[in-house]
Write a protein that binds this ligand. Structure first.
Ligand code: FES
Length: 112
């Protein structure tokens, strides 16, 4: 069972999640890391879920085209879009409240 450590706003949150879990999907149904994870569209369009991976990034798949488009050079700094990640291993990440260079407000993409 993957262990998640989320650094946010000077706090550290710990939780266990099932394998093949998406943190944004979990937060959407009010499970850890809710309410501490920032996210918006859940579809790789707003970058509000951008997270700096501290450890465990080696187990994540290569960034997909949405991450490359939204994060740009931030990928090199270890950022990923949490909504695009299905987690099968322990992961430590931080949301530093620094918006990625290419971020677009979620309001641009209303849920339908
Ligand atoms: S929640 Fe919008 S890009 Fe991840």
């Amino acid at each position: 069972m993957p262990k998640i450590v989320l650094h946010k706003g000077g706090q550290v949150y710990h939780g266990d999640v099932k394998e093949n879990t998406n943190l944004v999907v979990r937060a959407g149904i009010r499970q850890f890391p809710y309410p501490n994870l920032s996210y918006g569209c859940g579809m790789g369009k707003c970058a509000k879920c951008a997270s700096r991976i501290i450890s465990g990034g080696e187990y994540l798949p290569e960034p997909n085209w949405k991450e490359k488009k939204l994060l740009g050079a931030k990928l090199e700094q270890g950022y990923r879009l949490a909504c695009q990640l299905w987690i099968n291993h322990d992961l430590e990440l931080a949301q530093d409240d620094v918006p990625p260079a290419n971020s677009i407000p979620a309001e641009t993409y209303p849920c339908t």
